[in-house]
Design a protein around this ligand. Structure first.
Ligand code: HEM
Length: 256
């Protein structure tokens, strides 16, 4: 069971023992099970909606010491969320809070194992892990597509393209992570690079709400893998899933 699931369950207040069910529905929504039809995604979302509607009722009757109980109170006491927003926010936090980080961790380990010098560098100096995580966030693509559509709020020229106010666009924001004018040799992983700002957590008003939590989880988990399994190695070429929203391996065979 990926470590990010336990963390988000505990913070949000989603019972960990329900993980088999909600992970299945979440996988359907993200298309990570090879069953990536719109019907499967809709079915997964409907199941998650029913699950969180029931969880709201439980937390309302018996509040606990977690984020979801606090959100229920924000709705009931201050009227700061509608009932539907409350349910959908729970789904967003649960799904965004584990699929991304779990896959980022797997993809990061693969990227390092494919580059034994980088793996060895982190074994020699565990203090370099936080910097390496930032470079991995820059270097490793996580979204397998362009994510959510955007609507232009004004006319704008992008390269040779004229975008008109009201146009719908699919923007591959993460391509900026390979901008040569910002990151020389952008196609190379350099765990000692001074990365500065990158686009893996998005930009602007929808900048990732969980970026600091994700960073912390990645630091802790990667350091633990290096410490406990220094001789980790891939035993077969990695095959990535196709058609899912979040890029990740179909399976990962390793030995140590
Ligand atoms: C490596 C891990 C993660 C990555 C790469 C990531 C990436 C992103 C990106 C790119 C966006 C912006 C989407 C857009 O502009 O359309 C976003 C938004 C969001 N993320 Fe993350 N995320 C990660 C982990 C997390 C975690 C752990 C949580 C929850 C605790 C989380 C919760 C959210 C939420 C709620 C939003 C929507 C924010 C808004 O629309 O205002 N994310 N994330």
């Amino acid at each position: 069971m990926p470590f990010p699931v336990t963390i988000i369950c505990e913070l949000l207040g989603v019972p960990f023992e329900d993980r088999a069910e909600f992970r299945g529905w979440s996988d359907q929504v993200m298309g990570t099970v090879g069953n990536d039809t719109p019907q499967a995604a809709l079915e997964g979302m409907t199941k998650l909606h029913a699950y969180f509607t029931a969880l709201v009722a439980k937390r309302r009757a018996h509040p606990t010491d977690d984020l979801y109980s606090a959100l229920v109170a924000a709705r009931d006491n201050d009227d700061r969320l509608s009932e539907d927003e409350l349910v959908r926010f729970g789904i967003t936090l649960l799904v965004a809070g584990h699929e991304t980080t779990a896959n980022m961790l797997g993809n990061s380990v693969i990227t390092l194992l494919e580059r034994p010098d980088a793996w060895q560098r982190l074994l020699d100096d565990p203090a370099a892990v936080p910097g390496a995580v930032e470079e991995l966030l820059r270097f490793v693509p996580l979204g397998s597509g362009a994510g959510f559509p955007r609507i232009a709020t004004e006319d704008v020229q992008v390269g040779n393209a004229q975008v008109k106010e009201g146009d719908a666009l699919l923007v591959v924001v993460s391509s900026a992570n390979r901008d040569e004018s910002v990151y020389p040799n952008s196609g190379e992983l350099d765990v000692d690079r001074e990365v500065g700002q990158h686009m893996q957590f998005g930009h602007g008003i929808h900048f990732c709400l969980g970026s600091q939590l994700a960073r912390m989880e990645l630091h802790v988990a990667l350091a633990a893998v290096l410490r406990r399994m220094p001789g980790l190695r891939l035993v077969e070429p990695v095959e990535f899933r196709k058609g899912s929203l979040v890029r990740g391996p179909i399976r990962l065979r390793v030995s140590w």
